[in-house]
Write a new protein. Structure first.
Lengths: 262, 262
DNA sequence: TAAATAGTGTCTATAAGACATTATCTC
DNA sequence: GAGATAATGTCTTATAGACACTATTTA
């Protein structure tokens, strides 16, 4: 080896670099998928068909495809989340393309030993699924079953790890992820229009209000909520659609119908 | 092999699992460290001493230690961020322990090919560094230099990738990370007390107002801002400290001094 | 007409912006 | 006293909660 060190350009550095391999974590995306059924906020859980936590309810998710990690670096994180969403629900691409699903990154959970298999760092995403897709969801390949759980009635019965109580727990640290997801949606519903991702393509004032009430876990005064609703109309977020919709079975004044503005 | 499949318990599954190895990404933490110097919001950048992007300014950061990824799963993400903060600034543990630094996870950036070396997924953290630590920061081992850049005067001169203009760019996708960090702090300063992480241990009304003005990039009416300030006092977030502080060089009425409540 | 749901009007309390005024220091 | 900065007072407007009221449908 000569004393003269050749100026190592980035090309040759790259070739060198790829020879060294340090231990790396696995990276997954986990999905907190919310939707509305009747007047309830629901979250989609899968029953795990394989260890670890076999047989327990968990958030859907899967590994991010990173190709060979060098020449082919694989898929983006948001693409991985969208792919998992399609796979775990069995919803076809065309259906998802025609029914806009709100998808946003939530937080990254990477505590050591959160997965016994190996170091797993999980990037969690929140998905808001329009309610017309709920009946179409089927168990994907990895899961023994999928089910929509009521946040109000059912999720509260799951215990958190460390709570010395009866009842089932969610797999891994998924209760923590779910808690943060609810907090995110609750926070953002006040100053964004994400609620619109949880109503059908056309909806009434009352239907939008039900979304707010389900998310916030509280009731909204009809008159005051209409101020918020009217602001959305004048701001051009929503607009009136043709026709009216007759409420419940026992009569009542038909309501105007609205839709999103594209 | 017999027809009878032994019921595979989680223990044996684990042993099996570890034999298989799929390609994995590298995971890093990147830090957006903000502080105040005079009346300016500053961000700490390092000049990269090694390829890729050698010689360009970048956010400090480094790889997450994942141990061997199996029996030893390494450090938590927040611990990695805290460790990098200490390493890149040269600040001793004791100093950091005595000067509370606000550290929160921002977002995870994982676009394919964002790093030419290999697939790198970066968990970005925002750190708010109290101003008394600014003079103590020295270049860490990995960096050729560190410098606090004024968000108002200097960062605006860096171009974003794709902008066909003169001027330097930040390394990787760090401009995107920085943009999101500013947006996060700007948003949270309104409804949290994070501004308190950017003032000295004792501070005046005017000093806290300067933090708000630097973060928001706007001026605040003194009288109206005092309402916010008074609310923090009655809410018990801050309290009056003994003594007064004489302002600028040319006289003026001395101001009351405040501190955080523990 | 009763029950049910949709939609309107109004009073009040709170918070925020604009701006005028008083107070206390140094030189 | 002049200049400088700190602290207070007040008027107006915007927004949110509480609640009373009117409107339109079915059975």
């Amino acid at each position: 080896m000569s004393d003269e060190v050749p100026s190592q350009d980035e090309q040759s550095f790259l070739a060198e670099y790829r020879k060294k391999v340090y231990p790396r974590p696995s990276v997954t995306v986990d999905l907190v998928m919310f939707s509305m059924v009747d007047t309830d906020l629901k979250v989609l859980l899968i029953r795990r068909g394989a260890p670890p936590w076999k047989g327990t309810w968990a958030l859907p998710g899967g590994f991010v495809d990173v190709g060979d990690a060098f020449e082919n670096q694989g898929e983006d994180l948001a693409d991985a989340a969208a792919r998992e969403l399609a796979e775990e629900t069995g919803l076809a691409k065309e259906i998802l393309a025609n029914n806009r699903v709100h998808l946003e990154q939530l937080y990254t959970f990477g505590r050591a030993y959160r997965d016994p298999r190996t170091r797993v760092i999980s990037v969690a995403y929140v998905a808001l699924v329009p309610p017309q897709l709920v009946p179409l969801v089927r168990a994907g390949s990895d899961a023994a079953a999928v089910r929509w759980f009521s946040m109000r009635e059912e999720i509260s019965h799951f215990v958190r790890p460390g709570e010395n109580a009866d009842g089932d727990a969610l797999a891994f640290d998924h209760h923590e992820i779910l808690d943060m997801a609810v907090a995110r949606v609750r926070g953002k519903i006040d100053y964004t229009s994400i609620a619109c991702a949880l109503v059908p393509p056309t909806f009434t004032f009352a239907e939008l209000r039900e979304v707010y009430e389900a998310v916030k876990g509280d009731t909204f005064d009809s008159s005051n909520f209409r101020r918020k609703f009217d602001r959305m109309v004048v701001d051009g977020i929503i607009e009136q659609a043709p026709g009216k919709r007759t409420p419940g079975t026992l009569g009542g004044r038909p309501a105007f119908v609205y839709r999103f503005r594209p």
